[in-house]
Write a protein that binds this ligand. Structure first.
Ligand code: PSU
Ligand code: MN
Length: 291
């Protein structure tokens, strides 16, 4: 159990993370994105539940005022499983990543969570080992996470294999392929394909209860917002050069790469990122409303 957890969740809660808002999109668009996601969850009959650390307190269900304060703060650290406890101890605000959003959601009894893409195995990992703590979180916390696979700044196929190694069930919503965030498909596959949100919700309910671990539900980016693989490769190579030049590493690497591709693509990747998060949020809400 987490001490002094503020739990405002109800049985049809959909968890939403704050790293996406505070580090994944330009700050100027974060409040609008939060409002859009909240409205989508409500439209499908579920309850939007934003998660963060507020002055060191874990909050499951931020109020509008708390969220506004986080969005206005000049720099809010990113909390993963490793530094969450220290940030609590120090009484700091923090944005929660997939791993810590799962941890706090699970402790509040929230079973469904929507995000964009998971962290995973970074490219060139053989020389510079960097694997997100998001992956191991699935072995510890019984939450179904709806995402568009893993961020395509990563080694997508290696990440898919790592999920298999960890024994994480990966199920596709109307897809047989493991999606690569901006692309609908990668060379990786899924453990099973589901056509129907009701059937998927029934599976999620029994699987979480059976295993007490996480489930990854993958939902490809809407076809009209998919990004051409050739264009993407060019932007990513340039973004990686920029990141290397500035020396971004560790927790700063993912936000640095995302900001660089959003800039290089003239906003096309940002648009796709927002559209896929909206689509994942709609699916998560449909699952949660049926639990
Ligand atoms: N998905 C997005 N944008 C993001 C992230 C995911 O569309 O900003 C965040 C998530 O919070 C994820 C984190 O947990 O990036 C992974 O960071 P790292 O690679 O440092 O573990
Ligand atoms: Mn990392």
């Amino acid at each position: 159990m987490i001490p002094n957890l503020i739990n405002r969740a109800d049985p049809h809660a959909v968890a939403l993370e704050t790293t996406l808002l505070l580090h994944g999109v330009p700050r100027s668009g974060a409040a609008d994105l939060a409002r859009t996601l909240v409205d989508i969850v409500r439209k499908y009959g579920a309850s939007p539940t934003l998660i963060a650390l507020y002055r060191g307190q874990p909050v499951v269900g931020l109020t509008d005022a708390e969220l506004a304060e986080l969005l206005a703060a000049p720099s809010v650290p990113k909390a993963n499983s490793a530094n969450l406890g220290v940030l609590m101890h120090r009484g700091q605000h923090a944005a929660t990543t997939v791993s810590t959003t799962m941890e706090l959601a699970a402790s509040a009894g929230v079973r469904v969570f929507a995000t964009g893409g998971l962290g995973g195995v970074h490219r060139g990992c053989a020389e510079h080992f960097d694997v997100s703590s998001d992956l191991a979180a699935f072995t510890r916390f019984p939450v179904a996470v709806v995402s568009s696979g893993v961020k395509s700044i990563l080694d997508v196929v290696a990440t898919r294999e790592a999920l298999e190694t960890l024994g994480v069930p990966v199920v596709g919503f109307r897809t047989d392929r493991f999606p690569a965030f901006y692309q609908r498909e990668s060379a990786g596959g899924v453990d099973a394909r589901f056509e129907d949100a009701g059937d998927l919700a029934e599976f999620v309910r029994t699987e979480l209860a059976r295993s007490s671990r996480g489930v990854l539900v993958v939902n490809p980016v809407p076809a009209e917002h998919e990004i051409d693989a050739g264009k993407w490769r060019t932007w990513l190579d340039l973004a990686m050069e920029r990141a290397r030049a500035t020396g971004a590493a560790g927790r700063d690497l993912t936000p640095a790469l995302l900001a660089a591709v959003h800039d290089l693509s003239g906003g096309e990747t940002l648009r796709a990122n927002i559209e896929l998060v909206m689509s994942n949020t709609a699916l998560a809400a449909q699952i949660s409303a049926r639990l």
